[in-house]
Design a protein around this ligand. Structure first.
Ligand SMILES: Cc1ncc(COP(=O)(O)O)c(C=O)c1O
Length: 401
């Protein structure tokens, strides 16, 4: 795709392969170079002054903190894939959550936060926003248009995350966005599960889309990075707050993310195929009470997922039949291919026990037995199934007869 060319209606997979690349200004190299830069020199005072024009502050290479051609390349690609106006990078997914919240809320404001949000996002509300005089109300992820009843004159943000962390409820984002906008509030969404590729958040009414690029965008479990994509209306507000807070991304990390982005479509397709194979097998197991994966037709969120998403990623949950902690630990310890560790979205499979019942405040998480989270990687799904089969054998062996 030649820079300045007229063919701008390419489909998403074509854009993934071509956006953010400008070989003609980099000696023909396919990938953009990594700019390690703090100081950016101006050749004279007129150029120095021009670069400081507040209107174009975030469009020019002026100071490493405000971006380099490496970060601009990734921002251009991520925003276009999701259908947003522009993107900005942060040092972590968590920073991509906190900076937009800070941009949109001030003392006296009210925030509606989904009860199934990523835990550290809740911590930020409890430990930081309360100190700034911002009140948070947690709401049922399944509330839909009834969110209107919780809106106050001071409600400035409705925060959604769909599917929810750990429990995977699908939210009716268009209905929530319509109610929020009617009341003058903005919708911030943690869209990490679907990535910019599988949930077109702006077409569904979202104003600010948040990504832990650490997960599928980077895709290789070797970088911590955040990205925020916004509408045109929200861009300067959020971008200015991010700059005021000193957020930025390391150049090598932006490069790795851009390299990961090139294969996002094919990786996600395989994550979904493998996850569906493992999830369907889990549904047949006597040790499993239910599988929490909206891509399954039996999942309560399936209809909404089918309506609003373009596919599923490889992260889901399962609830076991009643089992002791020791038995669950014996099962996990017996697994050979599933790693025990935080994060997800890389090429490899992971498993962890979770405790959503300890986090909720607006709703109760009631499960028949222990809840676990699985990330299904790019391995052969049959090997993953055989590994889990070995794990279940240990689970049974560790249970009292
Ligand atoms: C849904 C979700 N959002 C945000 C984050 C935060 O990302 P990071 O670890 O890059 O700060 C995570 C991390 O696990 C996550 O699962």
């Amino acid at each position: 795709m030649k820079s300045g060319g007229g063919h701008r209606n390419y489909r998403k997979d074509t854009l993934l392969a071509h956006l953010g690349r400008h070989p003609e200004v980099q000696h023909g190299a396919v990938n953009p170079p990594v700019y390690h830069a703090s100081t950016i020199l101006s050749s004279n005072m007129a150029e120095w002054e021009a670069k400081r024009d507040p209107k174009t502050r975030f469009d020019v290479v002026r100071y490493g903190l405000l971006g380099t051609p490496t970060s601009f390349a990734l921002e251009e690609a991520v925003a276009a894939i999701e259908g947003g106006y522009r993107a900005m990078l942060m040092s972590s997914g968590l920073a991509a959550i906190t900076a937009p919240l800070q941009a949109c809320l001030k003392c006296g404001d009210h925030l509606l936060m989904v009860d199934s949000a990523y835990g550290p996002a809740r911590n930020f509300c409890e430990r930081v926003l309360t100190r700034c005089g911002v009140a948070t109300t947690y709401y049922d992820p399944l509330i839909g248009e009834d969110i209107a009843r919780l809106m106050r004159p001071s409600t400035k943000v409705v925060y959604v995350e769909s599917p929810g962390s750990l429990t995977f409820e699908v939210q009716d984002v268009p209905a929530i966005a319509a109610a929020a906008h009617e009341a003058g509030a903005k919708v911030l969404m943690d869209n990490t599960w679907a990535s910019p590729y599988l949930f077109p958040s702006f077409a569904r009414g979202v104003d600010v889309s948040i990504h832990a690029a650490t997960k599928y965008i980077v895709g290789h479990s070797d970088v911590i990075l955040g990205a925020v994509v916004t509408t045109e209306e929200m861009y300067l507000k959020v971008r200015t707050m991010a700059a005021d807070l000193g957020h930025c991304a390391a150049p090598d990390d932006a490069y790795y993310a851009l390299r990961g982005l090139r294969t996002l479509g094919v990786r996600l397709e395989r994550h979904e195929k493998n996850a569906l194979a493992v999830a369907r097998w889990l549904q047949t197991r006597p040790e499993v009470s239910r599988v929490l994966y909206p891509a399954l037709p039996e999942d309560p969120g399936h209809a909404l997922w089918k309506r609003d998403f373009l596919g599923a990623s490889g992260l889901f949950g399962m609830v076991l039949k009643p089992a002791s902690k020791a038995a669950v630990y014996a099962m996990i310890d017996a697994l050979d291919l599933f790693g025990i560790g935080s994060s997800w979205g890389g090429f490899e499979s992971l498993i962890l026990p979770t405790t959503p019942e300890r986090i909720r405040t607006a709703t109760r998480w009631t499960a028949e037995g222990p809840t676990l989270r699985l990330h299904i990687g790019l391995e052969d799904p049959q090997d993953l199934i055989e590994d889990l089969d070995r794990g279940f054998h240990q689970l049974r062996a560790a249970m009292p007869a």
